[in-house]
Design a binder for this molecule. Structure first.
Ligand SMILES: *Cc1c(COP(=O)(O)O)cnc(C)c1O
Length: 428
């Protein structure tokens, strides 16, 4: 098995070989909390990180590790760590980099929950985030100060329609000597590979397209292995002796795997946001068909977006795959296989028409999720982006007159027919 094989091969085979004990062809669900040490020396070597192996499932588990390895290969990274949700992945990704008093510079276009996590919750740890428009590179540069430890954005931003110019932001992060963290949930590595555009770390909510059927929550942090943690004194947890791990200098001892080992040995050990092996199993099953599903998601989204754009009950469609989108030019460079399947559209008749539309759909499910095989719909302003002010909603693309759709892999004709009948009821 080589990392050079095609995506369609790797999504099935990476991280998995027949079980050495039984020959089981599928990755077994290793439903065990602990793993027996061969002897006392073996146990000591594992705890010293001199040997890699299984200790306790809060840290690592063979089923979960197979999933981490698979996503790492698909993203072109050096190492990865799975955890309990996408939001957990964001905290876990920041943990090795941050200390009280440090900050991150993040895009103002974010998933609603991430917006709240970064602007409110992380303050409780003494961390903070400055949010700026990532199309304004001067503003991003100006927001960086001596306490900045990372730059954060989404590749295709939720609620959709916006593609970040990752090449430009990656270059800027490089010049500032800072790691770029990219949430790649919406396109998945099939449509976009942020490491190739300069990302240091990639995070995912595996809850979404990677699992692909709305069954389990999960997250993952992938490290490119390319960042020089010792180039400045900004990342002492990685470049200096770490008191929380008996004085080990992770970067000099582990090189490109320093970040990944730190995230397991200290992050998972002490934060405990573990993915369980059952959850990992569902996501491994999902990833086997990722490319097939994403191709169909994109094909359907393109058809539905085009249809909506030509309908006079609809004011505006934000899908980046439409020529009318200001971000259309970025598609071929950042996500050459398509702009994903998540977007918003504005309905004539505003807030009330949106609510009526949501209440009238039959095939679409009204849920706070995305990336399911099923088509999903939500009115962001009254739900996921409810905590935000009007201005913040506008900035993140969740104005009161827009609904967000996650286009599924059903027949495109049926998806369109459902929107057609619901629009008829909503806009009269
Ligand atoms: C869903 C989502 C998250 C949060 O993931 P959970 O698994 O729900 O914790 C983060 N970022 C994006 C872009 C998402 O869509």
């Amino acid at each position: 098995m080589s990392d050079q094989m095609g995506f369609e091969t790797l999504q099935i085979h990476a991280g998995a070989s027949p079980d050495p004990a039984t020959g089981a062809r599928q990755v077994p669900i290793y439903q065990s909390t602990a793993f027996v040490f061969r002897d006392a020396d073996h146990a000591a070597a594992l705890f010293n990180l001199q040997e890699v192996g299984w200790i306790y499932s809060r840290l690592t588990n063979p089923t979960v590790a197979a999933l981490a390895e698979r996503i790492t290969v698909l993203e072109g990274g050096a190492g990865g760590v799975c955890c309990s949700s996408g939001h957990a992945a964001q905290i876990l990704a920041l943990f090795p980099l941050m200390m009280p008093g440090t900050n991150i510079v993040a895009s103002s276009r974010l998933y609603g929950g991430t917006y709240t996590q970064l602007t409110r919750t992380i303050k409780r740890f003494g961390w903070s985030a400055t949010l700026v428009d990532f199309d304004d590179l001067d503003a991003v540069k100006a927001a960086i100060d001596e306490n900045t430890r990372a730059i954060f954005c989404e590749s295709i931003a939720n609620p959709g329609g916006y593609i970040t110019d990752l090449d430009a932001i990656g270059k800027l992060a490089d010049e500032a000597g800072l790691p770029l963290i990219v949430d790649n949930t919406t396109p998945t590595p099939y449509l976009c590979r942020p490491i190739e555009h300069g990302a240091t770390l990639v995070v995912h909510s595996t809850t979404k397209y990677l699992t692909g059927n709305g069954t389990v929550t999960g997250g993952v942090v992938i490290d490119s292995g390319k960042f020089d943690w010792s180039a400045s004194d900004k990342f002492p947890s990685l470049s200096q002796p770490e008191p929380a791990y008996h004085g080990l200098n992770f970067h000099s001892a582990l090189g490109p795997m320093a970040y990944t080992f730190y995230t397991i040995a200290v992050g998972m050990r002490d934060l405990g946001m573990t993915m369980n092996p059952q959850g990992a199993h569902y996501t491994l099953m999902g990833i086997e068909t990722l490319s097939l599903r994403m191709d169909r998601h994109v094909e359907n989204a393109q058809k539905v977006a085009k249809w909506l754009e030509s309908d006079d009950r609809v004011e505006k469609v934000t899908y980046a795959g439409l020529e009318s989108s200001p971000y259309y030019d970025r598609v071929s460079r950042i996500c050459p296989k398509g702009a994903g399947a998540l977007f918003t559209f504005a309905v004539k008749g505003g807030y009330d028409a949106c609510v009526k539309l949501i209440d009238s759909v039959e095939l679409f499910s009204h849920v706070a999720n995305l990336g399911d095989a099923r088509s999903l719909i939500i009115h962001s302003a009254s739900t996921t982006h409810r905590q935000l002010s009007d201005e913040q909603r506008e900035a993140s693309g969740a104005s009161p007159n827009v609904v967000r759709v996650s286009i599924g892999i059903e027949s495109a004709e049926d998806i369109i027919a459902d929107l057609d009948q619901a629009l008829a009821k909503a806009v009269s």
